[in-house]
Design a protein around this ligand. Structure first.
Ligand code: CP3
Length: 342
């Protein structure tokens, strides 16, 4: 039994006194204790060493007391396990020196035995669960197949992922083969994560908003649907699509327990588009955490009033930024704990 089960209750649609709160990318660069470890260990060493990954996961919890922890890792451990080299370059971000551009590149992509290739993630989960001592739930995550394809084809971050979209539209057969390989690996990976102790799963479709609504169905949603269907009996699934407000209605029909919303969609519109029933998560503008703490608190309360306290998980509309003052991050969490329904 988990002592603070507000987050799991919200995922089930149960009534709560106040909504639960966590922040996407809460284990990260805005924390001095995280930056101290970053001085000593490179990115993938931090991911691959269970002592480090579990420590980084609990750092924000110790400081701010969120209602859920999210395992420190990265969405790009999946392509890495599939035989695609991924580097994390300081001040640049992900870099894949041999991107997938044609059928020949694709033939070298493997669907690995995840317990072997990603066993270190499972060890990190078990160690994190020990550290959390059943105080709060632990979220495991993966990138959506489309978002992973973006990096595999583009070879690095991008404002438009034009090469990734071009690959889908000029070589659709190869694109679907890659998406299916990623989907199969992701399903096996997430099932292992739940077995290792994760209490819920979030799928990040960070670049879903790059696709037109029609292409979104073909190149992203159908694969997220496969993942949700395969996982939903084992753990609640949250689907977060950045810029994907147009798909909230379809996403609500996948069997997911909750949908993430970014800050460009109003609470009212998100409720309307998702059909009014499903639990929603979001959607504070990450840059709004630069406002003074009193302003943050006021706007968080307005946001909760907008979504309603039930069927709702307070979060940002995307990951926390590295330049957010600690006091402001703290004000965001405190505002939720102080919330009283009006
Ligand atoms: O939420 C958490 O606190 C857990 C940690 C987490 C990381 N990456 C650690 C990380 C999570 C959930 C992710 C997911 C992730 N990774 C996404 C989806 C979420 C999103 O923000 O859209 C994406 C697109 C990536 C790919 C990625 N990893 C990029 C683009 C970068 C570089 C730019 C950036 O945002 O930092 C990374 C590196 C990365 N992943 C860092 C961290 C803390 C920073 C680098 C470092 O620590 O050295």
């Amino acid at each position: 039994m988990i002592k603070n089960d507000l987050f799991l209750k919200a995922l089930k649609g149960e009534t709560v006194d106040r909504p639960p709160v966590w922040m996407m990318r809460q284990a990260g660069r805005y924390l001095p204790e995280f930056r101290a470890l970053r001085e000593k260990y490179d990115f993938f060493t931090r991911c691959q060493t269970p002592e480090l990954a579990s420590e980084i996961t609990v750092q924000p919890i110790r400081r701010f007391g969120m209602d859920a922890a999210i395992l420190f890792s990265d969405i790009l451990v999946i392509p890495q396990a599939m035989n695609i080299e991924v580097q994390m370059k300081p001040d640049f971000g992900p870099y894949l020196p041999s991107p997938i551009r044609d059928q020949k590149d694709l033939d070298a992509v493997a669907v690995p035995d995840v317990s072997e290739a990603l066993g270190y993630v499972m060890d990190a989960i078990r160690m994190t669960k020990e550290k959390l001592e059943d105080t709060i739930p632990l979220i495991g995550f993966a990138g959506s197949p489309w978002t992973i394809l973006c990096y595999c084809v583009q070879g690095q971050g991008s404002k438009s992922f034009d090469l990734a979209r071009g690959f889908c539209f000029t070589q659709p057969k190869a694109a679907h083969e890659l998406l299916q390989k990623i989907t199969d690996t992701t399903i096996a990976y997430l099932k292992e994560k739940v077995k290792a102790g994760c209490n819920a799963i979030q799928v990040f479709d960070s670049w879903g908003g790059m696709l037109s609504p029609t292409d979104y169905q073909e190149f992203s949603l159908q694969y997220m649907k496969q993942i949700t269907e395969a996982l939903k009996e084992e753990a609640p699934v949250i689907l977060f699509g950045k810029g994907c407000w147009f798909a909230l209605g379809e996403m609500a029909k996948t069997g997911a327990s909750a949908l993430g919303v970014d800050w460009t969609c109003s609470p009212r519109n998100a409720r309307y588009l998702s059909g009014g029933q499903i639990t929603l998560q979001g959607n504070f503008d990450p840059s709004r955490l630069l406002s003074p703490p009193s302003e943050i608190k006021k706007r968080v309360h307005q946001m909760i009033d907008g979504f309603g306290k039930d069927n709702y998980i307070v979060n940002l509309g995307h990951g926390i930024l590295p330049n957010i003052p600690l006091e402001n991050a703290g004000a965001f969490i405190e505002a939720v704990k102080e919330y009283k329904a009006r």
